[in-house]
Write a protein that binds this ligand. Structure first.
Ligand code: PLP
Length: 370
């Protein structure tokens, strides 16, 4: 025997401290055609032009895609008025969020995010050997003072989803600027604007201006939400060139597949479809919010395409509501992993899903009260 101790390959210890990200459920046993309201996907789906482009690209599956994503980066630059050299595409914005941590954190460095911030942030920070630090929120909203208080000499990355998932709340641009102004110059500020398109508030800005003018600011965006292309895994970031350069060195050389490149370009060109999706959301988000509040369920004010529902403190009612809705074919997202066991998150669905999920919730609440 070579060895008395059991030797096998072992991952870095910080990897084993990561809780695996649990995606929203896609199906429930015994229910056909469930309404999936668990992952904030687009109610209207992708642009038909994006689907056509995707299908056309099937003729080129044997060829490597353009590893520099030139056509897509140019389309993004054109659409948003950005320098193409400062745009980078990712296999979902998730990939970019993770690569930024890998590129800018050393073991033991701290990564800051807000209390109910997107769970990918602590995962990315830990995966890069960093230490996740969460700043308290007020009213389920990121708090700039609390974030600035948690800054230390070791803080090398700060993630803020604006608007945030799973809360649906946002910070006005003035607060983003105040946060940036308070950060050390060597802390990278990542503004994750996955839901930017949905926000109509005048005091909101996605972060293009900050990423254009500050050496330490990156804005990330996605095709997974308003563009309805979540399955293709496509996101992008706008950042100063030295940051783009660093991420380009560690990303996969062909991280975006050809069908995604083609569909992304076509989707950006179909602004009428994006408008339709926005109109749909502008109609149904307030309708759902009001109808659900009328049932005595708390709803956090949202500027996105989803709502955070609050049941009583114990978490028992949220669990029962989740089970009841599942049995009726409505898949919502349980929030225990976010430290919100009394909450469920619900995506704005199509008309049929919205009216029928409210009917099901009405039945659930009257059974409880009656
Ligand atoms: C959905 C979402 C994303 C997008 O992730 P992709 O990898 O681009 O699909 C990013 N950040 C937040 C906060 C999200 O909710």
């Amino acid at each position: 025997m070579r060895n008395t101790v059991h030797v096998r390959p072992r991952p870095r210890p910080e990897i084993m401290a990561i809780d695996v990200y649990v995606p929203g459920k896609s199906r429930v046993a015994g229910v056909a055609n469930a309404h999936k309201l668990s992952s904030n996907e687009s109610a209207l789906g992708p642009s038909p032009k994006a689907v056509e482009a995707f299908l056309r690209s099937a003729g080129e599956l044997s060829l490597y895609p353009d590893g520099s994503a030139v056509a897509l980066r140019e389309a993004i630059g054109h659409r948003f008025g950005l320098e193409t050299s400062r745009v980078i595409c990712g296999n979902g914005s998730d990939e970019l969020l993770a690569l930024l941590a890998h590129a800018f954190l050393q073991p033991g460095d701290e990564g800051l995010y807000s209390e109910y911030g997107f769970l990918e942030y602590p995962i990315s920070i830990r995966a890069a050997g960093g230490v996740p630090v969460a700043a308290n929120e007020i009213d389920r909203t990121a708090n700039v003072d609390a974030m600035l208080e948690r800054i230390s000499a070791r803080t090398k990355i700060v993630y803020l989803a604006n608007p945030n998932n799973p809360t649906g709340t946002y910070l006005p641009f003035s607060e983003l600027k105040r946060l940036q102004a308070g950060l050390p110059l060597d802390s990278l500020f990542v503004i994750d604007a996955a839901y930017a398109e949905y926000v109509a508030q005048n005091d909101y800005a996605a972060g293009i201006e900050l990423a254009s003018t500050c050496e330490n600011v990156v804005m990330t965006r996605t095709f997974s939400k308003i563009h309805g292309l979540a399955s293709l895994r496509l996101g992008w970031a706008y950042a100063p060139e030295p940051i783009i350069d660093a991420v380009n060195r560690i990303r996969g050389p062909f991280n975006i597949n050809g069908p995604a490149l083609a569909a992304g370009v076509a989707s950006l060109a179909d602004s009428a479809h994006i408008e339709r999706s926005l109109d749909h959301n502008r109609r149904w988000l307030p309708w759902l919010c009001e109808a659900i509040r009328d049932l005595g369920i708390g709803v956090t004010p949202s500027v996105t395409n989803f709502l955070l529902l609050d049941f009583d403190e114990s978490g028992t009612t949220a669990r029962k509501a989740d089970a009841f809705l599942s049995s009726r074919g409505f898949i919502l997202r349980a929030m225990s992993a976010y430290g919100l066991p009394n909450c469920l998150r619900m995506t704005v669905g199509d008309e049929g899903a919205n009216t029928s999920v409210v009917a099901a919730l009405t039945e659930f609440m009257s059974d409880r009260n009656g």
